[in-house]
Design a protein around this ligand. Structure first.
Ligand code: ATP
Ligand code: MG
Length: 297
């Protein structure tokens, strides 16, 4: 039986979930950390979801339980782009490692969360779309044919704006959420201007179209690695002041700096599960409550 879905997770009464798109053309800006932390925390709070990993670096795929060896022989998001598999065939149950090997008992599964895994070959996605114009509609087709009851689609993007990225973000409406996650560093904060320009270009291009929503909108901005009593870098303080002055209206509660955050990539497990008492995990919980995900378990 289907769950009852809150209307806010089906904007304008459509059949597919609300989308949170972690995007900004800046490498190492903390997109994957935020996407995996929020998706995992959301699932722990009772909000079901699918995390799409669109980056050839496979960070999100690995953090949610599938390293290169675990991925052998499995389908990936590239199959969705080529139209050779369905969403349910590609999406895998999110999990984290508690033991050695690849048997089921080496993992704990995160209820209510699936991951659409990426692959190294995702670097060819732009070319695949350029060579076959029909492929531009891959994401639109997935959304329109969706019949599930997930609350949210979380999407982790590569640090570039190409044809593949466009094929996804043109499907966002104003009620969805482009949610850049940037480090408290002035040069990262400055990369938000090209993001706003890119979104404006997408909106302009689709203004008169009726077949796609075409209105990607930044309604939240995450600032990570912000100062703490023991982390007082001048650049972090300057970036925080800059973000407050330019984007104060969309800033979410800060995700403070912690060297612990790096352990995410040693242990490959979402931060709120790996280190639930760490400063950033505490902050991601606060952020989730603030943007509309109170605990409903
Ligand atoms: N709150 C934090 N404090 C300190 N370091 C952090 C924090 N959050 C994330 N990091 C670190 O920042 C680095 C980059 O994070 P992440 O991989 O999430 O960025 P990304 O934008 O997805 O990068 P890419 O563009 O390469 O995919 C990682 O080493 C991560 O551990
Ligand atoms: Mg990433």
């Amino acid at each position: 039986m289907k769950r009852t879905i809150e209307p806010r997770f089906r904007p304008k009464g459509r059949n597919w979930p609300k989308i949170y798109a972690f995007i900004v053309e800046c490498g190492g800006s903390t997109k994957s950390t935020s996407a995996t932390s929020m998706a995992a925390e959301g699932a722990l709070r009772g909000y079901t979801g699918v995390v799409f990993d669109l980056d050839a670096n496979r960070s999100t795929t690995t953090i949610l339980g599938y390293d290169a060896e675990a991925m052998e022989g499995r389908k990936t998001v590239l199959d969705l782009i080529h139209g050779t598999a369905t969403l349910d065939e590609v999406a895998l149950p999110a999990r984290y490692r508690i033991g050695d090997g690849y048997d089921d008992d080496a993992f704990v599964y995160i209820p209510g969360l699936r991951v659409v895994p990426s692959c190294k070959e995702m670097s060819t996605a732009d070319t695949a779309i350029a060579e076959d114009a029909d492929r531009q509609d891959w994401f639109a087709e997935i959304l329109r044919s969706y019949e599930g009851d997930d609350d949210v689609f979380w999407i982790d993007f590569p640090a570039s704006y190409g044809k593949m990225v466009y094929s996804v973000i043109r499907m966002l409406d104003e009620e969805d959420c482009v949610i850049p996650s940037v480090r408290a560093d002035p040069k990262d904060v400055k990369l938000l201007i090209p993001l706003f320009e890119e979104l404006e270009r997408v909106r302009d291009k689709n203004r008169l179209r009726r077949s796609v929503p075409g209105r990607p909108t930044v309604n939240h901005l995450i600032l990570t690695g912000t100062p703490t009593p023991s982390y007082t870098e001048a650049s972090a303080r300057k970036a925080t002041a800059l973000a407050e002055s330019l984007y104060g209206d969309i800033l979410t509660p800060y995700i403070r700096y912690s060297a612990d955050a790096k352990k995410l990539y040693d242990d490959f497990c979402p931060l709120p599960i790996l280190l639930p008492n760490s400063v950033p995990a505490v902050d991601y919980r606060k952020l989730m409550t603030c943007i509309g995900f109170p605990d409903r378990t």
